[in-house]
Design a protein around this ligand. Structure first.
Ligand code: KDG
Length: 323
């Protein structure tokens, strides 16, 4: 049995050792990045069984993606290798102020050559939930169709589906991004945009109007990330706000949204059957609190996922509160 399946591109991430400027820093550390594998690791640390699907090069970096994920307890047995195209790499440029800048070297990568004819029901076997992001559809028309097809297959097979738009402006044009992301929202049960992404998709509105508008498109639950303001959730008639957790030392914001998704899903998976009728305020609040906690923890460590907690740590921080 698998709690969650996720599909996406994982890359090897190089970060300057001293968090110096990319151009002058002579030393780099090597790690794993990728929105969906970050979520997979986050959920695995919280005790969930997760299967990651992706296409990797037949190269040492592809091997490293697999060994890192399996070391984190993630099932990689359905990952696909590409004989020709490489595993992508990406660099993070830490800034004194604001979010790190990211530089991708991923055009023509193995993951970008994922196509709808490769989508296989076996990927979803034994699973209850599928999580995808808007990054995979940004890689090209084929990966967009593969994502759409997998969401459709998941629903046909009775899985619930979550979708984080994860808007990456560097990867595609605004028009195509808006059109594609909007077209995928009706295929998910749980939609988790940030406030800036909501504005990108629907134009300027009040926060609560976004919640209503997204629910009207089909999802059963909308969890919106409000950055330093915490988050807000919408399910049926319920509207719930959750306070942020304090960030004592802000180091690296990249991956915070994925941490949020892992925290949210770790609680929501316990309430899957209630989603259809509109989740109550209590579990919704609990899910948002857990999501906020993980989001804040992710920003306090270098790397996308290295700062994510185990379930025991979460219980310690949340005062023995079970779930
Ligand atoms: O959410 C974090 C991701 O942005 C990062 O790991 C790299 O997957 C990545 C991407 O495409 O931006």
């Amino acid at each position: 049995e698998v709690d969650v399946v996720t599909l996406g591109e994982s890359m090897i991430l190089f970060q300057s050792y001293n968090q110096g400027a990319l151009q002058y820093e002579p030393l780099f550390t090597k790690s794993l990045a990728g929105a969906e594998s970050n979520v997979a690791i986050g959920l695995s640390r919280l005790g969930k069984k997760v299967r990651w699907i992706g296409r990797l090069g037949s190269d040492p970096f592809g091997d490293l993606v697999l060994s890192t994920l399996s070391g984190q307890g993630v099932d990689v047995s359905h990952a696909v290798r590409d004989e020709e195209a490489p595993t992508a790499v990406y660099f993070k440029d830490f800034k004194r102020y604001g979010d790190p800048a990211v530089y991708y070297y991923r055009k023509g990568s193995a993951a970008s050559r994922l196509s709808p004819d490769m989508v296989d029901d076996a990927w979803l076997e034994g699973a209850g939930h599928l999580h995808v992001t808007g990054i995979t559809p940004a890689l090209g028309p084929d990966t967009a169709e593969a994502t759409r097809l997998l969401m459709q297959r998941a629903r046909a097979l009775g899985l619930t589906v979550s979708f984080d738009p994860n808007l990456r402006r560097k990867l595609w044009s605004e028009d195509l991004a808006r059109k594609t992301l909007l077209s995928l929202i009706p295929l998910c049960d749980i939609f988790m945009p940030g406030d800036e992404e909501a504005e990108f998709l629907l134009g300027p509105k009040e926060i609560e109007e976004y919640g209503r508008a997204f629910l009207d498109m089909g999802p059963k639950l909308v969890a919106m990330k409000l950055g330093a303001e915490g988050s807000i959730g919408f399910a049926g008639q319920a509207v719930v706000r959750a306070e942020p957790f304090p960030v004592d030392r802000l180091i690296d914001t990249v991956g915070a949204g994925d941490a949020f998704a892992s925290g949210l899903l770790s609680v929501l998976l316990e309430h899957r059957s209630e989603l259809a009728d509109g989740l109550g305020e209590k579990p919704l609040h609990e899910a948002l609190r857990r999501a906020n906690l993980l989001g804040s923890m992710a920003t306090q460590f270098k790397g996308d996922w290295e700062g994510l907690p185990t379930l025991a740590e979460v219980h310690g921080i949340q005062g023995g509160h079970k779930h």
